[in-house]
Design a protein around this ligand. Sequence first.
Ligand code: UDX
Length: 423
Amino acid sequence: MTSKIAVIGTGYVGLTTGACFAHLGHDVICADIVPEKIDRLRNGDVPIHEAGLTELVQEGLDTGRLSFVLGAEHAVGEAEFIYLCVPTPQSADGSADLSYLQSAAAEISPHLQPGAIVVNKSTVPVGSTRLVEQAMRRSDIPVVSNPEFLREGTAVDDFLNPDRVVIGADDQAAAGRVAALYLGVRAPVMVTDPASAETCKYAANAFLATKLSFTNAIAAVCEAVGADVNDVLLGMGYDHRIGHEFLRPGPGWGGSCFPKDSRAIISIAEDAGYDFALMRGVVTVNDEQFDRIVRKVGSVVPLEGATIALLGLAFKAGTDDTRESPALAVARRLVAAGATVRGYDPAVTEVDVDGLEVVDDAYAACDGANALVIATEWDDFKWLDLDKIADAMADKHIVDARNLLDRGAVKRRGFTYQGVGRS
Ligand code: UDX
């Protein structure tokens, strides 16, 4: 069954949602407020790095099922479903800034046809479904929560092959109609009330962040007692209640979601009278992890005046996104301690960090460096020519913050090696 869908906001969530719904057979119009973005998208030029997305956008343009317009009010007139996918950045106090969401809702409201359903896909604090209802001032239009669980880099696959679809609505008929949009997708669809759907999104991200901080904390314990974290985690992960996924130690977690959502759930809980001490600890452990990586570098080379090669700038492999990247958190600390940092990333060509120079080759980053830090788990770094790196560097020290390298091969070439939770 084909439905008419408008998607407001063409960021990575909105564009993925629009292109995937078009792929599932719906008629989709995506709106944004940036004219250049719309022009580019109309030509099939996708401004974000997302596997399979360019192909799906092109497919939608070719079949005529996907189109792009400037301004939300031009997208919604005939729409049966309006997906709100606008940004909800973090305000100064840690809470989510809902001004984009409210103004989008107010803007589209007069243009909606009777029977339309507004769907919130942006990650929003509990109660925001109500806020959108209020901003719209239309009691005849149901507002439904349908949170996204998309990872950057695999967003298309996550949309088309999700673990679940969560729908939060007071109006059961509206929930049923939103559920029907996903008929082409094989996944459990659960319907609940809006507050539970909204909380579910935060709880899932907060739990995953907790799993990662726990992993990094166990790595610290392993370092203290002389255990090897990779083996410890393997032994833990075989327990099916724990599982092997999301147990890779690293320089800390980052990206556009975990830091923002972790702080937001602390703030949501606080506003509701609950001190989420566990989550505060999770965030603290993450901040400490950046410091721990810097201390590892400082343990082998005086940071004042040192040159440090930093391989990896993106917050994880497979993306060019540096938002809240652990690599940059480490770089800032190194610079603050008096070091010069030379960074390289296969997908990132510039960053705005004083004292961090971005070069276009891994070996150039190592040239004359006193230590090398691996900060992002790009496969390319596994296959670096260690002899060439040894020749390029002034001192042979490696801090492998992703446990990516073959430590035997590194040590055989005379480097000192420090991983995370293993030496
Ligand atoms: C995350 C959630 O996974 C997704 O469901 C949600 O909708 C948005 O936030 P994303 O931000 O794309 O997705 O990144 P993700 O792959 O989850 O990684 C987040 C951070 O954790 C990265 O910095 C990554 O390097 C780190 N990480 C992840 C680890 O350090 N170890 C792991 O085992 C997994």
